[in-house]
Design a protein. Structure first.
Length: 277
């Protein structure tokens, strides 16, 4: 029989990771997912106003003022139209990370993470609910930006199914990345550290506002090693079918990135790494 001190000892993250959980429950997933989405729709005006205004300014400044004085990036394609896939991807990268990281960090910050860890739910349900909600918000945001773009420039989508596939895959992948950041972070400053230091530079070097062929030879080689470039390239192919965009490579990079993130999440919940801050 265990003594009183052992019985009173708080459970460690490792003990949480080894706890028995029941079979997968869609009801639990839906309850957590709905809670996250209710918060989003409660402030949907504020959530969508900023990206709509920012997108409009991008098209006014880059599409009209600057783009009107530029040679077409691709023959027969206006610069404003060329910007659309890059702007959508840029917004999805940043918002997926932001929504997912804050979504899981706040329970750690307020202490309600203990309720999740002790509840009779599996970690798979937690990941699907939190990451799925963040990805849903990003998909909605991407579609809103696409609708806004139609007001300013002509937009064509040659491969709508592939476009939606990329939209969902990238949103889920970067939401999963943000989920990992939210678990890793121990302060609000750390939540912004990786997005500002790594993701934003990779996005600007990934051809969001230009084709990689426009870069000097040395930087072109660096850009080809940038996974974000392949994501943007594949998404742009779904719009315009540009020959230089290899959709197979883009899908492959997205799949490898997603599998790597899933492996990290599995390790986190197996070891209890920083789950309780």
């Amino acid at each position: 029989m265990a003594d009183a001190s052992t019985a009173a000892r708080p459970a460690t993250p490792e003990a949480h990771a080894r706890r028995h959980v029941p079979a997968f429950s869609t009801h639990s997933v839906w309850a957590m997912y709905r809670f996250q989405m209710v918060r989003f729709f409660r402030t949907i005006g504020e959530s969508l106003a900023t990206p709509v205004i920012t997108t409009a300014l991008y098209f006014v400044v880059f599409g009209s003022a600057i783009g009107g004085r530029m040679q077409p990036v691709v023959e027969g394609l206006q610069y404003g139209s060329f910007l659309v896939p890059g702007l959508i991807m840029l917004s999805i990268f940043t918002n997926s990370i932001f929504n997912a990281s804050f979504g899981i960090y706040f329970p750690k910050f307020t202490g309600t993470i203990y309720e999740l860890l002790s509840a009779p739910i599996s970690y798979l349900e937690i990941v699907i609910a939190f990451v799925g909600a963040a990805a849903t918000k990003s998909v909605i945001l991407g579609l809103v930006i696409l609708a806004t773009a139609y007001l300013f420039v002509p937009v064509q989508i040659l491969h709508p199914v592939e476009m939606l596939l990329f939209l969902f895959l990238v949103s889920f992948s970067f939401s999963l990345f943000g989920f990992i950041i939210g678990i890793w972070a121990q302060s609000f400053e750390q939540l912004n550290f990786i997005p500002m230091l790594i993701v934003t530079p990779l996005t600007f070097l990934g051809g969001a506002f230009y084709t990689v062929d426009m870069l000097p030879e040395a930087w072109r080689g660096v850009a080809m090693l940038n996974p974000v470039m392949h994501l943007i390239s594949g998404f742009r192919w779904a719009f315009f079918g540009l020959e230089g965009d290899n959709v197979a490579v883009s899908l492959g990079v997205t799949a490898v990135f997603l599998l790597a993130l899933l492996g990290i999440v599995a390790w986190i919940f197996k070891t209890g790494y920083r789950l309780k801050n």
